[in-house]
Design a protein around this ligand. Sequence first.
Ligand SMILES: [Zn+2]
Ligand SMILES: [Zn+2]
Length: 185
Amino acid sequence: MKIDYAKIITIGVAVMLFCLLVYRLKINTNNPTNAAQSTQLPEDAVHYHAGFQVYVNDELQDYSGIEFMHIEPCGLDEHDDNVDETNEQIEIAHLHDGIGDVVHVHRPGAVWGDLFNNINVVFPSPTEAYVNGEVVDNILNHPINEYDSMIILSGPHTNISEKLDRAVTLEHIIEAEAISETCGS
Ligand SMILES: [Zn+2]
Ligand SMILES: [Zn+2]
């Protein structure tokens, strides 16, 4: 009988590929992080708050105006597939409810620069910043952490200890959080 090497090799390769496929599927189902990623989007889990104040040339800035607010209709599913890139950036960190000193964070990895980018605030001169009373370098790349109280000073300023005393309090952040709870925002 004539041995058909081509046929044997083809079958051999097919069997190998099949085994590889089964092996990969097995890894995927055994890996809990992969399984979690496929069923749950990371943004579903993220929603926290932090306080902030900005002084430009020694003057406290007011971001409570409507132009700084993120308006999203209550009950609207913001996680639908039509969210474009601009919306995605805005979802990272924004303001709600006419409260200009508490940021709402809806995505992992948010930094303070995301907030100021989203509310179109550019600092005219080099900034100095404090988070929970401690000096922080490069604030715009600094992560926003839950219940942080941050102060940015841009331009000349006086009496920093007085400003730190008047920083956003935890009570105020929790109050703002309670207001937005009904809206899920
Ligand atoms: Zn919120
Ligand atoms: Zn929101």
